[in-house]
Ligand binder design. Structure first.
Ligand code: IDP
Ligand code: MG
Length: 140
């Protein structure tokens, strides 16, 4: 069964949207198979977003991920990686389609980093890598 890593980022937790996000995932029919709330440290955030190192928003992104608790989730189902990315909507919440998590629940806040409530893995390779980062105990 395909798996993806979903994060409710600090803005989503601060705005009490954990239930809303999980509810959309479950109503779509995906199965939540692991769930935890944590405070990321710098090393974890840098590792998770390594592909963006060197970009202008990298440092603000890492700082933002340290600004409060996050919720990490593994969701399962056929084509869940693609399916959750569709549920999440475009990276930029201003242009994310209404009906999506980002389109319905986020907007431009004028910050250096786009605050868009959720992360979702973008490929099977990313999902494997990211699940190991957030749920190392599952691969022991
Ligand atoms: P994704 O979350 O839709 O996969 P990525 O390109 O992987 O988008 O970027 C990771 C995160 O970095 C985004 O969700 C957003 O929070 C932030 N981000 C991406 N591009 C920009 C940008 O151009 N300016 C500011 N922040 C950005
Ligand atoms: Mg991404």
């Amino acid at each position: 069964m395909e798996r993806t890593l979903i994060l409710v980022k600090p803005d989503g937790v601060r705005r009490n949207l954990v239930g809303e996000v999980l509810s959309r995932v479950e109503k779509k029919g995906y199965v939540i198979s692991a769930l935890k709330m944590l405070e990321a440290d710098r090393a974890l955030s840098v590792r998770h977003y390594a592909e963006h190192e060197g970009k202008p928003f990298f440092e603000p992104l890492v700082e933002f991920m340290l600004s409060g608790p996050i919720v990490a989730v593994i969701a399962e189902g056929n084509r869940v990686i693609e399916g959750f990315r569709k549920l999440a909507g475009a990276t930029d919440p201003t242009v994310a389609e209404p009906g999506t998590i980002r389109g319905d629940l986020a907007r431009d806040q004028g910050t250096k980093v786009v605050q868009n409530i959720v992360h979702g893995s973008d490929s099977p390779e990313s999902a494997d890598r990211e699940i190991k980062i957030f749920f190392p105990e599952l691969s022991k």
